[in-house]
Design a protein around this ligand. Structure first.
Ligand SMILES: NC(=O)c1ccc[n+]([C@@H]2O[C@H](COP(=O)([O-])OP(=O)(O)OC[C@H]3O[C@@H](n4cnc5c(N)ncnc54)[C@H](O)[C@@H]3O)[C@@H](O)[C@H]2O)c1
Length: 254
C-alpha cells in the first residue's frame, strides 16, 4: 500500500531543491500533488517529467489571493486538500550590523507570512475532512548564526507558528496535525548559490559538512523521507513536533 495513496497535496516551492524531492516522493507514494511555485517554467518541466502524478500552479506564498486560487484548483481536480507542505523559503545573508531593512522584510514575508497564510488556508479547508501540515523550518531556527539574522529569526517564527497551529487544532478538536521539519545543511541550488562566497565548491563543502555530527551535508531526498512520514497516517500521534533531519547539526558545538 502506498503511504499517501489518493491524498491531495500542495507543496510550495515544489519546483526545485527540497520541494522538488518532496513532490517526487509524494507522487511515488500515490499522492496527487500540486507543484506550487513562482518559477512556473521549472514547475512545468517537473510536471512533464512526472507524467500525470502532479500538476503545476503559480503560487506566490506571500499573496493571499494566490493561495485561494491554488487550493481551489487542486480541490477541483483531486478533492479536499489533505496535505500542505510549506516549503518555499529564501535566505538573504546579513548580520545585525549590516542587514538591510528591505531584506529583513522580504525574508520574513516569504519565510514567515507565507507559512502563516498557508496554515490559515489549510486549517479552513481541512476543518471537516482533516489533514496534515508540514512546515519546512531549519535547524537555524534553533541554532542561529550571526551572519543570517533575518533567515534564522524567520525560521524560529516557523517553529513557534507550528506549535500555535497544533495547539489551536487540538483545542478545537480539528482532525489536523501540524509539524515542522528542521533540516541541517542540504545540497540544493539555494545552498550552492552561496558557494562562491565560501571560497569555491571544495572549501564550501568542507566547511558546511563540518557543521553536522555526521560530517557531511544532507540530500533533498533525506528531507523528503521525513515529509512523507509526517504527511502520512503513520504519524497519526504526532503534532506540534520539530523533527530534526540534520545529521546532528543541532547537538554539535558550533
Ligand atoms: N538547503 C538547505 O541547506 C536548507 C537547510 C534548512 C532549511 N532549508 C529550507 O528548505 C526550504 C527549501 O530550500 P531549498 O534549499 O530547496 O531552496 P531552493 O532555492 O533550492 O528552492 C526554493 C524554491 O522555492 C521557490 N520560491 C521562492 N520564493 C517563493 C515564493 N514567494 N512563493 C512560492 N515559491 C517560492 C523557488 O522558486 C524555488 O523553486 C526553504 O524553506 C529553506 O529555508 C534549506
Amino acid at each position: 500500500m502506498k503511504r499517501l495513496a489518493g491524498k491531495a497535496a500542495l507543496v510550495t516551492g515544489g519546483a526545485c531543491g527540497i520541494g522538488r524531492a518532496i513532490v517526487e516522493r509524494f507522487a511515488a507514494e500515490g499522492a496527487h500533488v500540486a507543484i506550487a511555485d513562482i518559477d512556473t517554467a521549472a514547475a512545468s518541466n517537473l510536471e512533464a517529467e512526472l507524467g500525470g502524478a502532479a500538476f503545476h500552479v503559480r503560487l506566490d506564498v506571500t499573496r493571499d489571493a494566490d493561495w485561494g486560487g491554488a487550493i481551489d484548483e487542486l480541490e477541483r481536480r483531486h478533492g479536499p486538500l489533505a496535505v500542505l507542505v510549506n516549503n518555499a523559503g529564501i535566505n538573504v545573508p546579513g548580520s545585525i550590523a549590516d542587514a538591510r531593512e528591505e531584506d529583513w522584510r522580504r525574508v520574513h514575508e516569504v519565510n514567515g507570512l507565507g507559512p502563516f497564510l498557508g496554515c490559515q488556508h489549510a486549517v479552513r479547508r481541512m476543518r471537516a475532512s482533516g489533514g496534515a501540515i508540514v512546515n519546512v523550518a531549519s535547524v537555524r531556527g534553533q541554532r542561529p548564526s550571526s551572519g543570517q539574522v533575518a533567515y534564522c529569526s524567520s525560521k524560529a517564527l516557523v517553529l513557534n507558528l507550528t506549535e500555535s497551529v497544533a495547539l489551536y487544532c487540538g483545542e478545537q478538536n480539528l482532525p489536523i496535525r501540524c509539524n515542522a521539519i528542521c533540516p541541517g545543511v542540504v545540497d540544493t541550488p539555494l545552498l550552492r548559490s552561496g558557494f562562491a562566497a565560501l571560497g569555491g565548491e571544495d572549501e564550501a563543502l568542507l566547511r558546511l559538512s563540518g557543521l553536522q555530527v555526521m560530517n557531511r551535508i544532507g540530500t533533498p531526498e533525506e528531507i523528503a523521507a521525513a515529509a512523507v512520514f509526517l504527511a502520512s497516517d503513520e504519524a497519526s500521534f504526532v503534532t506540534g513536533a520539530a523533527f530534526n533531519i540534520d545529521g546532528g547539526f543541532r547537538i554539535r558545538d558550533q
